[in-house]
Design a protein around this ligand. Structure first.
Ligand code: ASP
Ligand code: MG
Length: 406
């Protein structure tokens, strides 16, 4: 008998028929003799709808109320599933974040889970009850409802699996696993049977939408085996796991892209100690994540500094940086949100040289200009003009031999 955490995404619970399909899968898992904890997202589109409502209600919605509002989509799905399971003769009980007590910090809209209480859930499991937990939400030290950032129910699932020491965490979604790239762009993309936590993390950070990056960080930290599977077929699946010797070390295992990028350039910044800190401290205080940063060589004591942020942060970032531009005596600020980030990822890069060069050469052959570059041990990312996204992904996928054999 195992303890299984199953998470179903928005498309898997998009309507009553789909929730009934989830109920059947849950019952099957239960009948195989497992304890089952289910974590759900809101119905697809629902969180977007709630966010739009909040934005119509006020220009800058109060963050506490905003989180309390946008977390409600999950309350609908968990209760519906529990109602259905009970109706089908399978005892089940729904829990919201505050009922489990999923403790988070106070960063509304992107709270981090600090700790998860397990007593309440364990007590139900002991009685043979299926526990259905609302993903994406938690509670801060002052009992305010918090949300975990878009896609956060993946993180809820992995955090619960870690806290409960579950045997496995299944993430059910509308694709049957993790692919070498987006199959909507490259029809010959291949499903990977396994991928390491580190590769998955880089892929998620570089824009692959399958898993929220934070969920992969947690899975790695607590060594939770995560299976990405389709809720509509039993075939396929990708296991996200730690690196094992027998895993073939592909030089490049995937190509990802991220259109949620905007580039800010601060022009003619005085080049002296403390200026970068002056620019980036206020952004971090507002929880704005800066992704890539480049600073040009200094000419006559001045330099240009370029960095990228998520498009949704562009207004706030521009406002903050405009003030700093004045304070530090920089010349001006330029914003370009017509960019995308394309990345190649693979653990084999550590032991192979020339991988980045091949990427640059491949892009150059198509006349694609690279505006920014960043690398890690297992990743190379380039910022390019947004209109080249598909082309860049396709040629890189081919150049690194990732497609299926024809
Ligand atoms: N419903 C939330 C969202 O749309 C959380 C999730 O789906 O994981 O972002
Ligand atoms: Mg998701």
């Amino acid at each position: 008998m195992a303890l299984v955490v199953q998470k179903y995404g928005g498309t898997s619970v998009g309507n009553l028929d789909k929730i009934a399909n989830v109920a059947k899968k849950v019952i099957r898992t239960k009948e195989e003799g497992n304890d089952v904890v289910v974590v759900l997202s809101a119905m697809s589109g629902e969180t977007d709808r709630l966010i739009q409502l909040a934005q119509k209600a006020a220009d800058e919605p109060d963050p506490r109320e905003y989180d309390a509002l946008i977390s409600t989509g999950e309350q609908v799905t968990v209760t519906l599933l529990a109602i259905m399971l009970n109706g089908m003769g399978c005892p089940a009980k729904s829990f919201l974040g505050f009922q489990v007590r999923v403790h988070t910090d106070q960063a509304f809209k992107k709270a981090r889970i600090l700790d998860v209480d397990t007593e309440a859930i364990r007590a139900e499991l002991k009685k043979g009850i299926v526990v259905v937990v609302a993903g994406f939400q938690g509670i801060d030290p002052e009992n305010n409802i918090t949300t975990l950032g878009r896609g956060g129910s993946d993180t809820s699932a992995v955090a619960l699996a870690a806290a409960l020491k579950a045997d496995v965490c299944d993430i059910y979604t509308d694709v049957d696993g993790v692919y070498t790239t987006d199959p909507n762009i490259c029809s010959n993309a291949r499903r990977l049977d396994r991928i390491t936590y580190d590769e998955m993390l880089e892929m998620a950070r570089a824009g692959a939408k399958v898993l929220q990056p934070r969920s992969v960080e947690l899975a790695k930290k607590f060594n939770v085996p995560v299976y990405v599977k389709s809720s509509f077929t039993d075939e396929g699946g990708t296991l996200v796991t730690r690196e094992e010797k027998e895993m073939e070390k592909e030089v490049v295992s995937g190509v990802t892209y991220d259109r949620d990028q905007a580039k800010i350039t601060v022009i003619h910044v005085p080049d002296r100690p403390g200026v970068a800190a002056r620019l980036f401290m206020p952004l971090s205080e507002k929880n704005i994540l800066v992704d890539m940063i480049i600073q040009n060589a200094s000419i006559q004591g001045h330099t240009d500094l370029t960095f990228t942020v998520s498009r949704k942060d562009i207004r706030e970032a521009t406002r903050i940086i405009s003030e700093v531009v004045r304070d530090v005596g920089a010349e001006k600020l330029e914003v370009d949100d017509n960019v995308a980030k394309v990345s190649i990822i693979g653990v084999g890069m550590i032991s192979h040289s020339g991988v980045a060069a091949r990427m640059f050469d491949t892009l150059a052959r198509e006349g694609i200009n690279i505006m920014m570059i960043s690398t890690s041990e297992i990743k190379v990312s380039c910022v390019v003009e947004a209109k080249y996204t598909e082309l860049a992904v396709t040629v890189l996928h081919d150049a690194f031999g990732l497609g299926k054999e024809p």
